[in-house]
Ligand binder design. Structure first.
Ligand code: ABF
Length: 228
């Protein structure tokens, strides 16, 4: 069922793509449905160029015949379409469950608009039930972890940080970094947390996307609703 909803949201977003668009293309299972829907429109004659947010998306889009470029070639984009792990009523997001948060955020920030595509299970009143991914450089991992714990304690949040993949075989991002997943339950002040995290030298990025998404297509049993 969830797959069907993801596909419906993705197909709705593909309808918003217009001729000549410069498009950021997201990562994850919902974004893959978007790539498939977009590929159908491209096969039908739509002319667009895409910037993928991960190697995985690059491979799929290439395979399906979507013309791609890089942000260096095309540093300003019209629209990014991407999934999310959670979104709140203000369209603040948690992303990065798939490990592509850094490229996803760079691409979204380079885009004039961002559409989130999701099934209804991602909609929450307050972010935090989904563990917040924090991308860190491998050098000085323990020092960075401690600095993050201090920030979480200062903000009254639980300080449970889990190295993705485990210590013996950590997950490595497309950028060569590690991810610490923070189990926070409920983030009361999203902006304060974001500001404090980016100030830590070993933190490359975090999965809080604030003031980036401009619209969400959310699919459920009642069809696809638009959140603005
Ligand atoms: C990407 O894919 C990520 O930022 C997010 O972690 C994940 C959502 O996954 P899915 O669409 O598979 O639920 O958008």
């Amino acid at each position: 069922m969830s797959d069907q909803f993801k596909q419906e949201a993705a197909e709705r977003a593909a309808e918003d793509v217009t001729e000549g668009m410069r498009l950021g293309i997201g990562t994850g299972s919902t974004a893959e449905f978007f790539v498939q829907a977009l590929a159908k429109r491209v096969a039908g004659g739509l002319n667009i160029v895409g910037v993928p947010t991960s190697e995985r998306t690059r491979d799929l889009a290439t395979e399906l015949g979507i013309k791609l470029t890089t942000l260096d070639e095309m540093p300003q984009l019209d629209l990014t379409v991407d999934g999310a792990d959670e979104f709140d009523p203000e369209l603040a997001l948690i992303k990065g469950g798939g490990g592509a948060l850094l490229r996803e955020k760079i691409v979204a920030a380079a885009s004039e608009r961002m559409i989130v595509i999701a099934d209804g299970s991602k909609e929450v009143d307050a972010l935090g039930r989904f563990p917040l991914p924090i991308e860190v450089v491998p050098f000085g991992l323990e020092a960075t972890r401690r600095a993050i714990v201090t920030v979480l304690s200062d903000l009254g949040l639980p300080d449970v940080l889990v190295l993705r993949g485990g210590a013996s075989q950590p997950f490595v991002t497309d950028g060569g970094h590690f991810i610490l997943d923070a189990h926070l339950e409920k983030i009361s002040d999203v902006k304060a947390l974001a500001t404090r995290l980016v100030a830590i030298p070993g933190v490359v990025e975090h999965g809080l996307f604030i003031d980036l998404a401009t619209k969400a297509y959310v699919a459920g049993t009642d069809g696809v609703k638009t959140v603005l």
